[in-house]
Design a protein around this ligand. Structure first.
Ligand code: MP5
Length: 208
């Protein structure tokens, strides 16, 4: 099973994760008041949780994948500072509570630590690929949000996602049947959590 096969096998659920009225609102500038701010604050907290997940993945990754994941980790740390700047510009308080949807995503990330490596790297690829596709669908983005659209659609970011695709593909190639099943389940969980994250933001209950 290649990582890309998962996208074909679960096309409808992947679409729901990466095409959403929230993203149309980003493109058209028609988001309800507070929705973008709710997303921004919650996503900052998500990235903090991602930093933990990704740092714990490095020691158990094969040597061939460690530089890729470590590079992603450094980028995540830079992204946190970027979020802090953006929050300041918009006068948003990042000391918010996690919305239950975000808390569920955090629990999922923590649970990945006990999943086999092929499932964990498939999940990381799916998380990043979801954002690449989602923000691409919002291109070029309303001027109020354009820099966010650009952030997750750069050639560098697309290159990182394809590096993860290669790593996930190689891990799945050598995986047992049981490990592949776990990878497919984690992929589906990412699709569901990503869709729920947009729903959370659009309902503006993100705690901003
Ligand atoms: C990403 C994110 C992308 N920031 N938020 C969610 C809910 N899903 C995926 O991850 P990164 O590490 O910010 O590129």
């Amino acid at each position: 099973m290649r990582a890309l096969d998962l996208l074909d096998r679960h096309e409808a659920r992947w679409q729901a994760a990466t095409r959403h009225p929230f993203l149309e609102g980003v493109r058209e500038g028609t988001l309800p008041d507070g929705a973008f701010e709710a997303w921004l604050v919650q996503d900052y907290l998500f990235v903090l949780d991602g930093l933990g997940f990704q740092s714990r993945l490095i020691p158990r990754a094969p040597r061939t994948d460690q530089a890729l994941i470590a590079g992603g980790l450094v980028a995540l740390e830079g992204e946190l500072s970027w979020f802090e700047d953006k929050a300041k510009e918009r006068e948003l308080d990042l000391e918010a509570l996690r919305h239950p949807t975000n808390a569920a995503y955090r629990e999922f990330l923590i649970g990945l630590e006990t999943e086999p490596y092929p499932a964990a790297i498939t999940a990381l690829w799916a998380i990043e690929r979801a954002y690449l596709e989602a923000w691409t669908s919002a291109r070029p983005g309303h001027p109020d949000y354009r820099e966010f659209v650009e952030h997750w659609t750069t050639p560098d970011f697309a290159g990182y996602v394809s590096g993860l695709e290669g790593a996930a593909g190689a891990a799945l190639e050598g995986a047992s049947g049981g490990e592949r099943e776990r990878a497919e389940e984690t992929f589906l969980a990412v699709a569901r959590l990503e869709r729920d994250f947009w729903e959370m933001a659009l309902s503006s209950e993100g705690g901003a």
